[in-house]
Each structure stands twice: as C-alpha cells, then as structure tokens.
Design a binder for this molecule. Structure first.
Ligand code: KIV
Ligand code: ZN
Length: 447
C-alpha cells in the first residue's frame, strides 16, 4: 500500500514575508513562486490581499503566472477581507481562501474583545461567506495551541459545518511541545465531529526551536498538510522550515512513512533564490541548505569522509541540490585532507615531509581562523621551496581523459566556482577513495 501523501503548503510569500527585512515586491514574488512550482509544492500562499495594494497585485500576478499549484490568499474573518481575497484570486486555476480568527482567551479578551460565542459565530459566518466564492476554504483558529481544547473543538465543528475543507492548527506563538501538539492533533482527529471529511494541517512557529519537530509529530497524529517556509523564514523566530520537513520525511521514512511531491534537488536552488531576493543570509549551520551543512572540518570526520561518505553524512548533498560536500581546512583538520589539498594545489609529499607541513599548518591554524589556499602555498614553499611540485590536478582534463578512455561515468565536478569558499576547501568529488586504507594506523595518522 502507498504511504499517505502530505500536502506541502508553502507560506514563504505570506508568513515568510512577515519577517523583518523579507518583504518582496510583485516581480520578486512571481519569480519565487515559479521556483516553488519547480520545487513541486502543492499550495502557495501568495499573500494577504487586504494588507496592501501591492500584496493584492502580488496575489493576482502569482495566480496568473503559476497555474499548477493551489494558490491561497489570506483573509481575516471579515467580509471585506474575504471579498478582496476572492478578487485577487480571480485568475487562479485552483484558488483557496484562507480565513483566520483567533480563538484563545488571551486573544479574544485583549485583542478582539469578543466573547467565545461571538467567535464561533464569526468564524462560521466567514467560512460560509468564503464558500460562496470558492470551493476550497481553509480555516485557522489563530493561537490554537493556547486555546482551551474543548472550545477549540467547538469552533472547528462549527467551521466544518459552514463548509471549511482544511482545518489548520496554528501554533502561532511557538509555545507548544511535541507530545502536547501530537495529543492535540490526535484529539482533533478523534473527537471533532465531521473531521473525517476535511484535511487537518499544522502551522508551527519556531520560538522554542520546535517548529519542525512539532510539525512532524502533527503528521504522525493525523495531520495531512504541513505549512512551512523556505529557509524557515517567518514572524519572529520563523516558521517550520520546508527543507527540514521534506528531508526528515525522506531520510527517516522508516519512522515517518509519508510521501510529498517535492523535488528535493530543487531545495538548495530555491533557498539560494530566496536569499538573493531578500538579501537575508542563511545561517551557515542551517540544516540541509546552510553552507556548512555538508562541510567537514574535524580531522576525524575528514578522514572518515575520505574513506566513505556514509561515516558522516546521512543524505547526499546532491539529493538536496547542493553540488558537493567539502572539506574545510582549519585547526581541527587532519593530514589526509591537508595532503589532498596540497596535491590539488600542485605539491606532493611523502609521509614524513607531510608531518612537517602539518606541524606548521597547525601552528598557523591556531593563530588564524581561516586557512586560505595562499596561506597554504606560502607555508609549503617556506618548508620545501618548489622541490615537490607536480602538475596541479585539473579536473576538466581528468574528465576528458576519462571520456577518451571510454568511461561510462565521468568523475563529477568539484564544488563550483561561486560556492561558499572562505576557507581552503576540498571538493570531495575529486578524491579517489583508494588513496586511503582502512588501517588503524592510517586513521591515527590521518587526523
Ligand atoms: O501563525 C498564525 O497563526 C498564522 C495564521 C494566520 C495562520 O500565520
Ligand atoms: Zn503564522
């Protein structure tokens, strides 16, 4: 039997855009929406049309430019909002109106100043209105995770009766924890009347760093849609990161047997495009798409990677669209990586000679944070002059030779020019695995 399919609802253009410095103009939103389409997301939330004329125009433009995915527009539970959302979605092949209304007592008392009964009535009425424009209506009880569960269920039952087709459960302030959020999703699935005919969705914020964990546990307890953003951008600490959710489901299919329609090789290009458009850099250690996600500096790790990548990588960089892993030379690096970089720069040494180069390298690396190629060349020349020169490794010519020799599989290209390379970086694709043996002595020497 096929594993259940999870709908990936991307809200980079709406909730993601709400993070400081991330707002996008119409052209930028259309450009990113086209890439989200290539990525294969199921739903693109294109904006909040009532918020501004620009956002209205952006939803219109995305709806016209990208016909395959469902295009969603956000609306408060108010007539004018819903009408604007519906107008903006005019050109969409598969439109969705996403209505939200807060349900927690904190929000009802201090923000909306309405009673619980008014909340139920307003939610149901708004969904009923949205259904007059569109067959696909999502409802979000804002601050659901701080709403008294019995009241939350009452609101959900009312909006199901009014015609909602997706029930989104937002952890608006990133407050919930996995066991609690799992229980909430399970209770909604088991206790809300009519829920079997609608899709339950998660929408988790990252204030405690738990957005992805909470989303996964929501899925394990019956949610079949996950709302998320590229690079995890979004209000405050952000939303659940799309790339982390997709790759968690893929890499740990043994624990999470669910499918998505995402083409994972498009994750890195999409992340890069968003970075380019917003100018907000991704943190280097960001899972999946950060520049260090496939970089190895520690000697023990480099030694393992040079022998077999499975030692320190749980997915291939290519599977997420990163061209290759890289070994970075720093003070934790070992002799194997150093020797390899020297060869790539055109110098070959015997073991004992390399010990000397390594000794000098460690002293230098202790003083400066980043060892660049020019530092390494200087160090090599100081120690041995030009006596150990060999022709530098030319990957292109190796490929040509391989083709000439009738090789079926070409040596892959090294990390491309333009990839992050603050350091002396070794592209692993240029490394013949047979250069190393598996003996313990070699392991100790290598680091
Ligand atoms: O975080 C939230 O509650 C939202 C809703 C509008 C879905 O973004
Ligand atoms: Zn949100």
């Amino acid at each position: 039997m096929d594993s259940p399919r999870i709908t990936i609802f991307d809200t980079t253009l709406r909730d993601g855009e709400q993070s400081p410095g991330c707002s996008m103009n119409v052209q930028e939103k259309v450009r990113l929406a086209r890439q989200l389409d290539r990525l294969g997301v199921d739903v693109i939330e294109a904006g909040f049309p009532i918020a501004s004329d620009g956002d209205f125009a952006a939803v219109q433009a995305v709806a016209a430019a990208v016909p395959r995915p469902v295009i969603a527009a956000l609306a408060r539970a108010a007539r004018h909002d819903i009408e604007r959302a519906s107008q903006a979605l005019g050109a969409a092949v598969r439109p969705r109106i996403h209505v939200f209304l807060a349900t927690s007592d904190i929000h009802l008392q201090h923000k909306l100043r309405i009673s619980r009964q008014q909340c139920v009535d307003q939610a149901a009425e708004s969904v009923r209105l949205a259904r007059t424009f569109c067959d696909d209506v999502e409802f979000s009880p804002e601050d659901a995770t701080r709403t008294e569960p019995e009241f939350l269920f009452q609101v959900l039952e009312a909006v199901i009766q009014a015609g909602a087709t997706t029930l989104n459960i937002p952890d608006t302030v990133g407050y919930t924890v996995p066991a609690e959020f799992g229980e909430l999703n399970r209770n909604i699935r088991e206790r809300v009347r009519g829920v079997e005919g609608v899709t339950i969705s998660t929408h988790c914020h990252n204030d405690l760093g738990l957005a992805v964990a909470n989303s996964l546990v929501g899925v394990a307890n019956g949610a079949r849609q996950v709302e998320c953003t590229i690079n995890g951008i979004g209000e405050r600490a952000g939303n659940a990161s799309l790339e982390e959710i997709v790759m968690s489901l893929r890499v740990r299919a043994d624990r999470y047997p669910y499918q998505t329609s995402v083409a994972s090789e498009e994750l890195y290009p999409t992340s890069q495009l968003l970075e380019e458009i917003t100018g907000i850099p991704v943190q280097p250690n960001k899972a999946i798409i950060g520049r260090n996600a496939f970089a190895h500096e520690a000697g023990i790790h480099q030694d393992g990677m040079l022998k077999n990548r499975l030692t320190y990588e749980i997915m291939t960089p290519q599977s997420v669209g990163v061209p290759d892993s890289k070994l970075v030379l720093g003070k934790h690096s070992g002799r194997h990586a150093l020797s390899l970089r020297c060869e790539q720069l055109g110098y070959r040494f015997e073991r004992r000679e390399l010990d000397e180069i390594y000794r000098r390298f460690v002293v230098l690396a202790d003083q400066i944070k980043t060892v660049h190629d020019h530092h390494l060349l200087e160090l090599v020349r100081e120690a041995y002059g030009e006596s150990h020169r060999i022709p530098p490794r030319r990957v292109e010519s190796e490929q040509a030779a391989a083709v000439a020799a009738g090789a079926e599989e070409l040596p892959r290209k090294p990390f491309p020019v333009g990839a992050p390379s603050d350091f002396s970086v070794i592209g692993l694709n240029t490394v013949p695995a047979s250069e190393h043996n598996l003996e313990q002595e070699d392991y100790l020497w290598g680091v």
